[in-house]
Design a protein around this ligand. Structure first.
Ligand SMILES: [Zn+2]
Length: 277
């Protein structure tokens, strides 16, 4: 699943390209979307803004309409100039929103729906989102309370739970826990408030740092992210993807294990992140 920073960057790139522009073409393979387009066309509406809320991407159109997409594991938005060759096959296309200058293509986007803007605040999935780590200000007390509400959950699973904190995906889950020296298998009740606060602050720092990384501006989904502060691509992550390689801090071999209801891979160093402290 893309991290929140990926969605944030995608939204920002799409916003820069599309905001204030008139839609000249709309296409989708989703009947629920094309039905809305048939009844009240997207064509000639203005793209008012594109923003992210956790891992949801919200494209607002004039006339009280929002396109909500969620990338889950496989989806991505690309942006092209008209006539430019797509980097993905046409069969992966799910949604196209085109202006005179740009063509935004959602590939393999598994979740897409139109919502009336006035109903957004009541939208179930969005309403349940925890504090957004990429929001302008973070309500840390709310984030802590949401963590404490799950005392017996393992901390790695809590960090991934978008109803606790919105933004952390599977890569940063392992990286944040390593950086803070916390075992992924510790339960929330094992950890004091200072440790939970540090996890929240570190997650926010990683996401923000990678939002400000300058990237090829026209690709909205890339695997580039780093937490070690180093530029060499082979050195940019502490533990994620490094099973059986020596820990960058202590040399112990990094371990990997499937964890949680989603059976997501967790990477950790058993020496730097001891099971009980
Ligand atoms: Zn270590």
């Amino acid at each position: 699943m893309p991290e929140g920073d990926t969605i944030f960057r995608a939204a920002r790139t799409l916003h820069r390209a599309l905001a204030g522009k008139r839609v000249v073409r709309f296409e989708s393979v989703f009947p629920a979307l094309t039905r809305v387009h048939d009844d009240s066309p997207l064509t000639d509406r203005l793209v008012e803004s594109v923003s992210s809320a956790g891992k949801h991407l919200l494209m607002r159109f004039s006339g009280d309409l929002i396109l909500r997409t969620h990338m889950r594991m496989s989806g991505s938005w690309h942006i092209y100039r008209p006539g430019e060759t797509w980097q993905r096959p046409r069969r992966d296309m799910r949604v196209v929103v085109a202006t005179d200058d740009f063509v935004a293509v959602g590939f393999n986007v598994p979740v897409a729906e139109f919502i009336a803007a006035r109903k957004l605040a009541r939208h179930d999935e969005l309403r349940r989102l925890g504090p957004d780590l990429l929001g302008d200000r973070l309500d840390e007390a709310d984030a802590l309370a949401r963590m404490r509400a799950r005392p017996r959950d393992e901390i790695a699973n809590v960090l991934l739970n978008q109803q606790v904190l919105a933004g952390i995906g599977n890569v940063y889950k392992s990286e944040v826990l390593f950086t803070c020296g916390v075992s992924p298998f510790a339960t929330v009740q094992d950890l004091d408030d200072a440790t939970l606060s540090k996890l929240i602050a570190t997650g926010r720092r990683f996401l923000q740092a990678n939002v400000h990384t300058s990237l090829a501006p026209m690709t909205t989904y890339t695997g580039f992210r780093r937490t070690t502060g180093r530029d060499n691509p082979r050195e940019r992550l502490w533990v994620y993807g490094r099973a059986r390689l020596p820990c960058r801090r202590c040399g112990t071999l990094v371990r990997v294990k499937k964890q949680g209801a989603g059976v997501r891979l967790t990477y950790w160093c058993p020496t730097c992140q001891p099971a009980s402290s």
